[in-house]
Ligand binder design. Structure first.
Ligand code: SF4
Length: 247
């Protein structure tokens, strides 16, 4: 064993360098499908270049940045958001609620009066109907996650402007990336068209799964539409049965 501080420091530096070399070799070999061969000149050249530059392996960088962002961090960011004009008229932001491990995520359009007042999504009459729909397929409201495209209420519940949708959607995308649901149920025209980047009407989109970033998306009618058109409950029930079967 080294018997003075200088020798111990040197030994630690050598160990660190060997670890960095082996880590970088593994990453490059994995990425390129190469056999891990410590005597490969091709591999050595690339590894030395990376280690000498003092770069971290890409995978290590990625995992540390993923760990840093949580739903709570994102919620705090939205709390202070002023990226579009809706911050001026909101009472509360409506970030979303539910299980962070939800397999099923519902996406609506935007908060209404009650949601704006309470800061919780889908709490008005349409929300109560959504809760019944969730229970009808064997879940509790707390098992799923519920969010909207817009986190702030448009005045008088007007339709969201394209610029507002464009500005706010990245928050929803980040929520989806963090929760990683197996199925997304897009409630109504705005949610379905925004997620699927289409202008097709909800009547054409509903009834079948679409794929968005490897996640199944089932568009269906918005609960508020069901309150005005009770005959649409039947197709919604058919869509919900498909979701239940997929989970
Ligand atoms: S609607 Fe979205 S983008 Fe606009 S202020 Fe609210 S959180 Fe920010």
């Amino acid at each position: 064993m080294p018997n003075n501080t200088f020798e111990r420091t040197e030994l630690l530096n050598i160990v660190k360098r060997v670890k960095a070399l082996v880590g970088a070799q593994r990453e490059i070999a994995d990425k390129d499908g190469l056999m891990l061969n410590l005597s490969s000149p091709r591999l050595d050249k690339r590894v030395n270049k990376r280690v000498n530059k003092g770069k971290q392996p890409k995978s290590a960088k990625k995992s540390s940045s993923v760990k840093q962002v949580t739903l709570e961090d994102l919620r705090k960011e939205v709390l202070n958001c002023r990226k579009c004009g809706l911050y001026k008229t909101r009472m509360n932001i409506v970030f979303g609620e539910g299980s962070r491990n939800a397999k099923l995520l519902f996406v609506g359009e935007a908060p209404g009066f009650e949601e704006d007042k309470q800061g919780i999504p889908f709490v008005g009459r349409a929300g109560q109907l959504l809760t019944k729909i969730i229970v009808s397929i064997g879940f509790k409201r707390g098992d799923v996650y519920i969010a909207n495209i817009l986190k702030c209420r448009p005045p008088q519940n007007r339709n969201p402007l394209p610029s507002e949708v464009k500005t706010c959607t990245p928050y929803l995308i980040k929520q989806i990336e963090l929760i990683k649901p197996e199925v997304i149920c897009a409630l109504g025209t705005f949610a379905a068209q925004t997620l699927l980047a289409t202008t097709e009407p909800i009547s054409k989109l509903r009834g079948r799964f679409h794929i968005w970033r490897d996640i199944k998306v089932m568009p269906t009618y918005h609960p508020a539409y069901l309150l005005r058109n009770p005959s649409a409950k039947r197709p919604v029930w058919q869509d919900m049965k498909k979701i239940r079967q997929a989970l």
